[in-house]
Every structure is written in structure tokens, then in C-alpha cells.
Design a protein around this ligand. Structure first.
Ligand code: ZN
Length: 268
């Protein structure tokens, strides 16, 4: 599925997602400013994205991280657009990993991109000047794009979409995610352009809610651990129930990872 929302006269929110029983499973946001795109949606929307760019040319794409819902349409945009990414993301774009069936259904399988250019430290779009910032935690390589004058941050998945995150991926470092959110708070933003929520205005409270929840959860996990409880017992004590689809992710999302990460991971 594919939807366009104009925002603030300058930014076009390009929403992509997969359809299930007539509604979208989850939207992911790419952002178009003039002829420059930040992230590139999910692969299942490739055809619709291609139709959109026929009338709205995209010349540059800047990619935040390797997840399929953020770089999925690069392959159909690449003939006309230059794709920019950091090295690890570039490697993935050229040689995307084969996803479990569940994620092929939810987002789609990315196709390889032939040519990827190195991410510049800064780039301009009209009067806007962007620099990239590291936003580690969700993945260790994720970056965001910051426009200082306007107080804008294109934050990809740095701020968890549910305010009460209950699952994590094996390569997520949740304590580092908290530290990254605290750094984002110091930027004093006017708008957070989130990868799944869309633009969040005056986002300080929105972000703080997620920091507070994860810090409280971490304190509870550590306390239960100190009482000698193991991971399943901690999960039971906290009343965290895995959602119905968790087994279908084939280990890519689990409650276990969340608890272990909050208990054991250090912020590098
Ligand atoms: Zn992601």
C-alpha cells in the first residue's frame, strides 16, 4: 500500500506498507524533500513507488540503516537516483540477506542495488542543510539526518514506536538506544521525523515517555535478577506476554532479547 501526506509545505511523507485483510500491517515512512528522499520504504510497495516517481522524480536517496522497511524501494529508484549510504548499509544494499517468510509478507524482500555512493558528512536540499548523526542502539550502524536551523531530525527507528517496547532484536542494544534518545533530547528539536509514526511536533515529551519506560523496566529487571530470578521468571514477574506473531519472526524479535539486553548490554 502507498499513501502520500504533504507536511509543512516542504516535506512529503511517503508511506508504504503491506495490505492484510484490507488494512495496512504497519506504515513505514520515507520523506521526500524536492527531489531528495530520506529512506525508501518497503519492498512490497515497489510498484506503487515506481509509479509515484514517474511524476515526482527522485534524484538522491539517503538511507538510514539496513532494515528492509527503510531501503526496500532503492532497487526501483536506483536507475534514476543516486543512492547514498554508509559502508555497512551499502554492502547490504548490494547483497541483501534473504528474509524469513514472515518479513517477506510484512515488508517484502529487497532486491540488490548495483551502485551505492559513500554517505557525505553534509548535504543540502535547497536552503536546508543536513548532517548525519550516528543513532546506535536499534542497530549499531543506524544514522539519522539533522537540520539544525529548523530543529529537524529524521530519526528512522531511534525512538521506539510503541511507548512500551516489549520485544527486541538480537542486534539491538537497548541501553544504547536509551543513551541515543537522551542525546536526541539535547538537540532541542522542533520536529522528529519518525520512521513509523511520521512527523512528531515538539517531541520532547514523546521521547521522554519512552526513555522513562525503558529505564523503569531496566531497574525492575535488574532487581529481579538480583533476587536470583532467571530470564523466564523475570518475564513472568513483569507480566510481559509475547504477541501472537512472535514465533513467525524466527527469532528476529523476542521478549528474551529485550530482557537480556537491558540486563547485560553495555553502552560502548
Ligand atoms: Zn529498523
Amino acid at each position: 500500500m502507498f499513501e502520500i501526506d504533504l507536511y509543512d509545505g516542504l516535506v512529503t511523507c511517503v508511506k508504504t506498507g503491506s495490505e492484510m485483510n484490507g488494512s495496512v500491517v504497519m506504515w513505514t515512512y520515507a520523506y521526500l524533500i524536492e527531489d531528495t528522499l530520506i529512506d525508501a520504504g518497503c519492498p512490497n510497495a515497489s510498484k506503487e513507488f515506481q509509479e509515484f516517481v514517474a511524476n515526482n522524480p527522485v534524484r538522491q536517496v539517503y538511507v538510514t540503516h539496513t532494515h528492509e522497511d527503510h531501503l526496500g524501494c532503492c532497487a526501483v529508484l536506483a536507475p534514476e537516483a543516486e543512492i547514498y549510504a554508509t559502508r555497512l548499509v551499502a554492502d547490504f544494499l548490494k547483497n541483501p540477506q534473504v528474509l524469513p517468510d514472515f518479513f517477506v509478507m510484512v515488508w517484502g524482500q529487497p532486491e540488490p542495488v548495483q551502485e551505492v555512493l559513500p554517505m557525505p558528512q553534509r548535504f543540502e536540499i535547497g536552503d536546508l542543510s543536513f548532517e548525519w548523526l550516528p543513532l546506535p542502539g536499534h542497530t549499531d550502524h543506524m544514522i539519522g539526518f539533522y537540520e539544525k536551523e529548523r530543529g529537524w531530525l529524521f530519526s528512522a527507528d531511534a525512538v521506539p514506536l510503541p511507548s512500551r517496547k516489549q520485544l527486541a532484536m538480537p542486534d539491538e542494544n537497548v541501553p544504547e538506544m536509551i543513551t541515543t534518545m537522551e542525546k536526541i533530547q539535547k538537540l532541542d528539536l522542533n520536529i522528529l521525523f519518525d520512521g513509523h509514526r511520521g512527523p512528531v511536533e515538539d517531541p520532547s515529551q514523546y521521547i521522554q515517555k519512552r526513555i522513562d519506560y525503558l529505564k523503569d523496566l531496566q531497574a525492575s529487571i535488574k532487581e529481579l535478577h538480583n533476587q536470583g530470578k532467571d530470564i523466564p521468571e523475570i518475564q513472568e514477574n513483569l507480566g510481559i506476554e509475547a504477541p501472537w506473531y512472535v514465533d513467525m519472526t524466527e527469532g528476529r524479535f523476542t521478549v528474551d532479547h529485550l530482557i537480556k539486553s537491558l540486563l547485560l548490554d553495555e553502552v560502548p
